[in-house]
Design a protein. Sequence first.
Length: 501
Amino acid sequence: MINKKHISLLTLAIFLSLSHFAVSASAQPSVVEVPSVSVQPSVDSLSHYLEQAARSNPQVNADFMLYKASLEKIPQAGAFADPELEIGFFVKPMETLMGKQIADFTLMQMFPWFGTRKAARSEASEMARMAYEQFRDTRNNLWYEVKAQWYQLSSLNEQYHITEANIRLLYQLEQLALNRFSASSAQAAPSSTSVTSVASMPSALSSGSGMSGMGGMGSPAPAGTPGVSAGSSSGRGMFGMGGGSMGNVAVGGMSDVLRIQMERAGLEDNLASLLSARLTVQARFNALLNRPSDASVCVPDSLTQRFYRIDGQLLLDSIFTRNPMLAMLEAEGEAYRAKAKMDRRMSYPMIGIGLQYSVVNKVADPMGMPDMNGKDMVMPMVKVSLPLFRRKYNARQRESHNYRMASELKRDNVQNQLQAEYINVRQQLDDAARKVSLYERQYALSLSTWQLMVREFTAGRQSLTDVIQVERQMLDYKLKKSEAVAAYNTTVAAIEKLIAD
């Protein structure tokens, strides 16, 4: 009888070990109401969310509107000044040799010095390029935030499934402990030593019942648990004893069940914490997409590592060439260069060309020139401005020069910061990759250790405390690996932001 029960327990332990491989290989659907992502391209993939964020985010749209507004300044900067029309009427016509002069019409058009309009258009174009690079920087920062939140959501979802899988393993381990307890109780029933141990250790029973209540806080005990409370009076457990009567094994089996229930209650609390954290991250994610905070987000059940190869100097050159902040400061410097050229040409004279037309009526008694009596007068005109006060023009040129130098210095500073940030991000990427590899190895070792300890626990050569400790380590390594993969992918997103990829 006993040999058959031991054989059945050993078979259950082997099944439990094999089931852990199945749980690790494929995550079951959890309480999180998130549809899984299929292998085919989905409308809820990360690329879809990135496109939706770029179209819907208010700050990105605001910067794009600023860019469109700056484009409208280009035709304004290259336009001529409006022509001037002057009209004058004589209240009392003035008599001249040619007749009575009634009114004067004067039309004048001013022209800036050669090259002034071209310099103004260049300045406006560079300012528009600045606005565009600012828009790109805002969009890239948004994409980085969307990727970071999406990876965090995926990691939380994976951690939820991992914790669920460990809870299922604890249920199976609890069943194993119950079977072991039942087998020990059946053997200890006719033993007189068991009765003696019951009478001598009431404190062990009371503490066991108290722990049962604590275990019940996490989740209801299995159906077999209440029925074995009487059998638990057969003696103390075999945890840390290494010997004793068979009645000692019976109490140890019951305490094992209670410990497993306590461990499961803690994991169920972790599930609630993960769900709460996921709702918080989901609200931040939806805020980036300008959606309601409770809008559903589709993420995969497991997070895949995005392998990224770094080619040191080539990547750094790409950052210096394509980063929008550097491009924006370059455009700012070119804008001030064009402004300095425009200010220099504005210090030269402006030329005006015009025409004056005088309306003349005939007089009854012309004096002198009867042929010119009543003929209107047309007079071409030329106007030239005289920029005599040079101090203001020189000050404008010095101002533009200083602004351009400030832009170049700011660009050098940003370039140094980007280089330092690149080194920092590269170090973070190496650390994350090393941690992913480390946790994979540690999980494999802990899994092998756990399988051996479950077999030893079934045979009565190992305590449940050690089994649960290894179970905790397995869970911890799986969770840490998920976090490390999320950190790795987020670091890759940071590199893509630096090079505006």
